[in-house]
Design a protein around this ligand. Structure first.
Ligand code: B12
Ligand code: SF4
Length: 486
């Protein structure tokens, strides 16, 4: 029986973070018991269900075209199903994971398989992707994936598909989670209510990828989706919006309507929520148990330089305390090493964490992501430690290597102070304490802190190795080794 055209949608495992971090210098530095310990922890982390499904691929797989069958392959959990013949393989590409995406695309094409590339990196740097693909899908693909599938059926695939304008999200496009294997994920209840951001933080490219205007789905569509998803999976919901409180009126109405559905949910918000008492109460009543907030910096000079201007630092602590008092646990993400930071900054971060009782602190090193304003500025100031003209030289690692020269701090001093900061914040006893005092989601807070205790130990080890090697980036052989093992 002819099953029609077969399409495989592939999500790659990243080399860092929740996908299971590993040392860049593992071979050289990890021996015997330590190697065994790290491998065991890595496997444990992999088995702990932190992973959430790739929403982009769920959206594409929900596009139905008669005579075309789509399947999602999540390489974090499975091997590429090469025993089957695929008419088209679509790969989601993030900047920082391009080497991996391109080598997979090249090997598939060498086997005669057609490859479509899409995602953030393709949108930002289509020319760098061209030689690795038969089809490039630029921008948000919600409305153009159907054209790709129709053209595939006709045998008339084009080389480029453009969406024209940003998709109108108020048009109904129900997302399906039926193609996912529920057991693999922390939850399959992944929902996005809107896209776009009116701010211009210089280290982020969401405002470039999704535009400056915040576009929203209708409240009816989102409520329907919550209802539909909860019949299939009764676990927690995760709203992937960068700031779920971006439009107060919309969020107020949406989450009021979710109260009777009795769900629990996690999401990402701005600290402004701490100054929105009515919305904060609605969030708590609608089942919000934990939020990720981007604090980024508590140094006024850094916030100004990097255009993180939504909130004044003096208001941040109060906002965080208000959110926790409403019964919501907070993951607060900092970046140490911004242009206004000095060697005094770690002590200020520590004080801030102690004062606010932040449940999960994330202490990041700036990743000058190609395509962001900060990348362009650091390139101009010759402060990048990787080749800015080679996009594949840039990779994501979890606080494991310095990719740039901080403005006010020498590299060895930075590494020493960053390492001291993370070793003070992340210990087994502080993880247990944070888990116990968290206002909600205690088990998740405990697990995340323990996980970070391991990750930051790894980061300290790798940074030390990088410092020993005169701060140049990880040597190519170590880098190749790193990619090969993932
Ligand atoms: C939730 C999230 C995660 C989750 C889930 C990842 C996922 N992709 O589903 C987790 C925590 C796992 C994660 C991890 C990472 N993330 Co993340 N993540 C996000 C976040 C907040 C939402 C992503 C999302 O679901 N969006 C909704 C979907 C519908 O939008 P979309 O992904 O852009 O997809 C649309 C188009 O890009 C396109 N498209 C996407 N893929 C494909 C594939 C094909 C074949 C086609 C045709 C089209 C297409 O069509 C989609 C529909 O319109 C975004 C920020 C944001 N606002 O997008 C960051 C973001 C995508 N993440 C980012 C990064 C850097 C990472 C990591 C590399 C971080 C790390 N240190 O490891 C990893 C990489 C993970 C991986 N394996 O690829 C960056 C990417 C930047 C860039 N230039 O590439 C973003 C934009 C954040 C930022 N501010 O910079 N992330
Ligand atoms: S960091 Fe957040 S607020 Fe700033 S531009 Fe990116 S999405 Fe918008």
């Amino acid at each position: 029986m002819n099953k029609g055209k077969q399409v495989l949608l592939v999500f790659l495992a990243s080399d860092s973070g929740v996908d299971g971090a590993r040392s860049l210098f593992e071979e050289q530095s990890e021996k015997g018991a330590r190697e065994w310990f790290n491998r065991s922890i890595r496997n444990l982390i992999k088995q702990t269900q932190f992973a959430i499904p790739p929403l982009a691929l769920m959206i594409l797989a929900s596009v139905e075209v008669e005579g075309v069958e789509q399947r999602i392959c999540d390489l974090r959990f499975e091997k590429l199903p090469l025993e089957q013949q695929w008419d088209l393989v679509g790969i989601s590409v993030q900047t920082g994971m391009t080497s991996k995406a391109f080598s997979l695309a090249d090997s598939l094409r060498a086997k005669g398989c057609k490859v479509a590339l899409g995602g953030a990196h393709v949108t930002l740097f289509p020319d760098s992707c061209r030689t690795h693909a038969d089809v490039l899908v630029h921008g948000e693909a919600d409305d153009i994936w159907v054209d790709v599938l129709e053209d595939l059926k006709k045998g008339e695939l084009k080389t480029d598909y453009f969406p024209g304008d940003f998709p109108d999200l108020s048009r109904s496009r129900p997302v399906s989670s039926r193609l996912l294997d529920k057991k693999r994920y922390f939850t399959t209840n992944i929902i996005q209510t809107g896209r776009g951001c009116p701010y211009h933080c210089d280290f982020c490219n969401v405002h470039i990828l999704n535009g400056n205007r915040h576009r929203r789905r209708t409240i009816n569509d989102v409520v329907d989706e919550v209802n539909r998803f909860s019949k299939h999976d009764s676990r927690i919901f995760f709203f992937v919006d960068d700031s779920i409180n971006a439009n107060e009126e919309y969020a107020q109405e949406l989450f009021s309507r979710l109260i009777p559905l009795n769900i629990t949910w996690f999401g990402q918000a701005t600290t402004t929520l701490g100054k929105q008492p009515q919305l904060l109460e609605t969030f708590a009543r609608s089942g919000c148990r934990a939020l990720l907030v981007g604090i980024e910096s508590i140094e006024p000079a850094s916030r100004d330089t990097h255009k993180k201007t939504q909130n004044r630092p003096t208001e941040l602590a109060e906002a965080i305390i208000n959110i926790r008092n409403a019964g919501i646990s907070l993951y607060g993400s900092f970046i140490y090493g911004l242009d206004g930071d000095t060697l005094e900054t770690p002590a200020a971060i520590l004080d801030f964490i102690r004062m606010t009782k932040l449940d999960v602190p994330g202490i990041n090193i700036l990743r000058p992501n190609p395509g962001t304003m900060v990348f362009e500025r650091l390139k101009e100031e010759k402060r990048l430690l990787f080749d800015p003209d080679d996009l594949t030289a840039y990779r994501y690692t979890f606080g494991q290597e310095m990719l740039y020269q901080p403005k006010n701090i020498s590299l060895p001093d930075f590494i020493e102070s960053y390492s001291k900061l993370t070793s003070e914040i992340f210990t087994i006893s502080s993880s247990i304490r944070r888990g116990l005092v968290a206002p909600s989601a205690k088990a998740a807070v405990l697990l995340f802190n323990l996980f970070y205790t391991h990750l930051y130990a790894l980061s300290r080890n790798d940074l030390k190795q990088q410092a020993k090697k005169s701060i140049s980036l990880a040597p190519r052989d170590a880098a190749d080794n790193f990619s090969r093992k993932v």
